[in-house]
Ligand binder design. Structure first.
Ligand SMILES: Cc1cc2nc3c(=O)[nH]c(=O)nc-3n(C[C@H](O)[C@H](O)[C@H](O)COP(=O)(O)OP(=O)(O)OC[C@H]3O[C@@H](n4cnc5c(N)ncnc54)[C@H](O)[C@@H]3O)c2cc1C
Ligand code: SF4
Ligand code: SF4
Length: 428
């Protein structure tokens, strides 16, 4: 990308998660030209990082990778990753976005994804793509099915030894690469910036980040994934196969002190999904879910919940107050039972926190699209047109407007693409 370049297209999609990819594909299939701007090193969003998906238990990367590839190879779609959106505004008859492409210190046009740089790099760092459970290098391809398959060097970890530059067969490593600013001019835009999880440290009484065997649900997705860090489920502190695993629901949701007073919607279902996958992976393990309410609202979800109960997963209605280290790496969970039996402490080998969900991106200072009290993108007719923002010609899809599972995110992406297409046709 040359600094100062202007790109024109029909539709700009901000965010390359499942919602952004679906919206882009739906528009591109109707012959509209689409540019996707993605903040991360790869497209795919959260879904490419999941193990299997409820309620079908399909392999998540088996579904997501073809969509990522279809978008990457579509003649009407151009994807820019590792980008920062600086401004998004309405101009005349369309929208204009100012974007900065951050340096990867690797020339994307030259990199052939051979990984020789990664293998030769002497610096080991925790791999963020594997929940920090195993190591990666200071220069790396982010993960095996990342798109694009381009290496990126993290200057915070690099010690400038020069080894990667020496082994690269195409001369792609460039320690002096600079950020490049570019402009996208489009007729319409779809915001699909998705969600983030509340930081574990924000609820210190739950031991996240301090008690070794308390992990997040996203980390558990990696432990359960076929290409996970250990290829099996082991607890992080000592590599032991856990015999007793507990889930703590609403560990950040429905909690005003966390800034997330609302229900995060998909945590009950992913906890049930992970519990079912765990009982397959560790048939002798006891699995307990501590919950306030189970919200199994989608098609087939109640049956999924009932199936989990039938498999022997224990559901305890109770509010967890405190989690701390127990003996021999165990984790003590103190909770108040809702059946009147009072306050109890149970020990588990591993505890998973179902954290709260909040918006990944805030338009403040970047775009005049409004947000609601919950900080998600405000939709002006949530019950009849959930993809319309308060800015004409700018639409929203997926978890950017509120926590949403994959089925709803995909359905909404199709609706946003249709609204955007109609809007573009109305301009001509
Ligand atoms: C542990 C866990 C397990 C789950 N399991 C399931 C399941 O089994 N089944 C199910 O239906 N749902 C599941 N979900 C929910 C699922 O992850 C979401 O429904 C889905 O990811 C929403 O897709 P999205 O594209 O809206 O958002 P995301 O997946 O968050 O994608 C948003 C994309 O936008 C990018 N982005 C953000 N800000 C910017 C910016 N400013 N500029 C450019 N790009 C930006 C992000 O980097 C990301 O790539 C699970 C969620 C979690 C946390
Ligand atoms: S220069 Fe940096 S990234 Fe390259 S091999 Fe050395 S430490 Fe690794
Ligand atoms: S930067 Fe060079 S060595 Fe590294 S993956 Fe790309 S082509 Fe291979």
């Amino acid at each position: 990308m040359a600094d100062g370049q202007t790109i024109t297209c029909d539709a700009l999609v901000v965010g390359g998660g499942i919602a952004g990819l679906q919206a882009a594909l739906d528009l591109a299939d109707q012959d509209f030209s689409v540019v996707i701007i993605e903040k991360d090193l790869s497209i795919g969003g959260k879904m490419i990082r999941l193990s299997k998906v409820f309620p079908t238990l399909d392999c998540s990367s088996c579904i997501t990778t073809p969509k990522m590839a279809a978008a990457a190879h579509h003649e009407n779609i151009t994807i820019y990753t590792w980008c920062e959106l600086k401004q998004l505004q309405r101009t005349g008859g369309g929208v204009q976005a100012l974007v900065t492409q951050k340096p990867r210190y690797v020339d994307q046009d030259k990199c052939i994804g051979c990984r020789k740089c990664e293998y030769s790099c002497p610096v080991y760092v925790p791999d963020p793509e594997q929940g920090g459970f195993c190591a990666t290098k200071a220069i790396r391809i982010p993960f095996s099915n990342a798109i694009p398959q381009t290496a990126a060097l993290n200057p915070e970890n690099c010690m400038l030894c020069g080894k990667c530059e020496k082994v690269c067969p195409t001369g792609a490593v460039n320690y002096f690469q600079q950020p490049a600013d570019f402009t996208v001019e489009a007729k319409t835009a779809i915001i699909a910036t998705g969600f983030a999880m509340t930081p574990v440290q924000d609820k210190p009484q739950y031991g996240g980040g301090t008690v070794a065997n308390v992990v997040t649900a996203l980390q558990m997705e990696r432990l359960l994934a076929p290409h996970g860090p250990y290829n099996r489920v082991l607890r992080p502190s000592d590599g032991m196969e856990p015999d007793s695993i507990a889930y703590v629901q609403c560990a950040g949701s429905r909690d005003k002190s966390m800034g997330v007073p609302y229900c995060s919607r998909f945590c009950c279902m992913y906890a049930i999904k992970q519990a079912m996958l765990l009982s397959g992976a560790l048939p002798l393990a006891d699995i307990t879910i501590y919950y306030m309410d189970i919200r199994a609202f989608g098609k087939g979800y109640e049956q999924f919940y009932q199936n989990a109960k039938a498999m022997g997963i224990q559901f305890i209605k109770g509010k967890v107050g405190h989690i701390e280290s127990g003996v021999n790496g165990s984790v003590a969970v103190r909770f108040e039972r809702q059946d009147g039996e009072g306050i109890t402490t149970e020990n588990h080998d591993l505890v998973v926190l179902s954290l709260g969900v909040y918006p990944h991106w805030s338009p403040r200072g970047i775009c005049s699209v409004g947000t609601g009290d919950d900080r998600f993108i405000h939709t002006i007719h949530p019950s009849i047109a959930p993809t319309l923002t308060d800015q004409e010609g700018i639409f929203v899809a997926g978890a950017a407007s509120g926590p949403k599972d994959i089925v709803d995110s995909i359905a909404e992406a199709g609706a946003a693409a249709m609204e955007a297409a109609n809007y573009m046709l109305s301009l001509s």
